[in-house]
Design a protein around this ligand. Structure first.
Ligand code: GSH
Length: 223
């Protein structure tokens, strides 16, 4: 029997988007709680054993809390059968993409202006993020796009791909506003991004038609 799943997160895309993408594209039933919407008391949850590292997201699998976004994605992939499974090459690529996305996330955390963090004395970090970090990540990813010119795995629907897409999407929203890094210079990566963006389940996620509800998708990273 499929395990029961409950995702707890805040009111922003950030680390919620990759997990909702993995859950929805994996065709899994899940309950979602948004602590900023008041679905539950985050302070009380933090004080309990339900937040293993005092942070969100937390994915409850049959009531057991799993923390760390990457770990949650791996678990979702295993449950949904979208982690590459017995195909070791696909499994490896999907796993690599999850770790690579975390590296991009680190650059964002260092250089980006967010809903809650102003630029302050990080002007150089912000410049380096746009001029060096993103182009370098994108160029390396471009070389890994293989299947059909718009996918990284033989299925094109692994958790690693949805995880990566979720951060590309958030960077694209920033880039759209600031006009600083565009996927246009990386045609295969762009084809991948566009393919996933055009999927019906992705559209439903972005339109807020998921268990997380319409209020989830505030843009966390601004510029
Ligand atoms: N390494 C963790 C980082 C999680 C994290 O930074 N969570 C932030 C929100 S994105 C958080 O819970 N902040 C609220 C708090 O610390 O109270 C992961 O991958 O999930």
């Amino acid at each position: 029997m499929a395990p029961t799943l409950k995702l707890v997160y805040f009111d922003v895309m950030a680390r919620g988007l990759p997990l909702v993408m993995c859950l929805e594209h994996g065709g899994l039933e899940y309950e979602a709680k948004n602590v900023l919407r008041g679905d539950l008391d985050w302070a009380a949850m933090k004080a309990s054993d339900d937040a293993p590292f005092d942070q969100l997201p937390v994915l409850f699998v049959d009531g057991k809390p799993i923390a760390q976004t990457a770990a949650c994605a791996h678990v979702i992939g295993k449950i949904a059968g979208t982690d590459g499974g017995d195909d070791i090459a696909d499994y490896a690529v999907s796993s690599m993409l999850i770790s690579e996305t975390e590296d991009i996330y680190k650059d964002l955390a260092k250089g980006a202006v967010t809903q809650f963090k102003e630029l302050g004395d990080r002007a150089e970090d912000n410049k380096a993020m746009w001029a060096e970090a993103f182009p370098k990540h994108y160029a390396m990813l471009e070389k890994l796009v293989v299947a059909g010119g718009d996918a990284f795995t033989s299925t094109g629907v692994s958790v690693g791909e949805f995880y990566l897409w979720s951060i590309l999407h958030q960077v694209s929203l920033m880039a759209g506003e600031a006009g600083k890094t565009s996927l246009d210079a990386f045609p295969k990566l762009k084809a991948f991004y566009d393919r996933v963006a055009s999927m019906e389940k992705t559209k439903a996620v972005l339109e807020g038609k998921t268990a997380m509800g319409p209020s989830l998708w505030g843009q966390y990273f601004i510029e």
